[in-house]
Design a protein around this ligand. Sequence first.
Ligand code: SF4
Ligand code: SF4
Length: 165
Amino acid sequence: MPQLWKAAHARGFPLDNRPQVKPLPCSSIADGSLIIDPFAKVYKCWELVGLIEHAVGTVNPDGSLIKTAVYNDVLERNPVTIEPCREHAYLPSCGCGCVCKAQGQSGTYHAPGCGTEKFLLVDKVRAYLERLDGAEGSTISINNLELELIEGRQRPKMSHCYVLV
Ligand code: SF4
Ligand code: SF4
């Protein structure tokens, strides 16, 4: 990934990979994020589609949702009750990681799902500082493109799926 960031940056793509505050690790843990399979079963994580034990409900013909116990179990995931996450300095940027990984590794949604932030956060900071070092003022010029260095506070943001990034 760091090589890819550098290559993208060198070609003029805007890049802001500073650590960001992520109240939610991914869409799977957002209340309104649902995946409906062809059998009307509802899931929250696309990696878990088809695994009936992870279905959070079924859509009725009238459009209503009959929830399973899994629905609240996923949404009640709380990083401050998960021991390694509660004390981890990366938590604000990580949000407790991937729910699917937590299940796969620990058999529960209420466990760490360490993903890209754990393994790439240092590289993200390094890449950002390298760009700052090479810059004069608030803009840099690459291949006739004027790029503005992004400063200031990051807005809270939801991560993309950890599996994809
Ligand atoms: S990196 Fe791992 S241990 Fe740290 S907050 Fe994220 S999921 Fe928890
Ligand atoms: S990050 Fe993990 S929990 Fe979220 S959608 Fe991707 S696989 Fe599912």
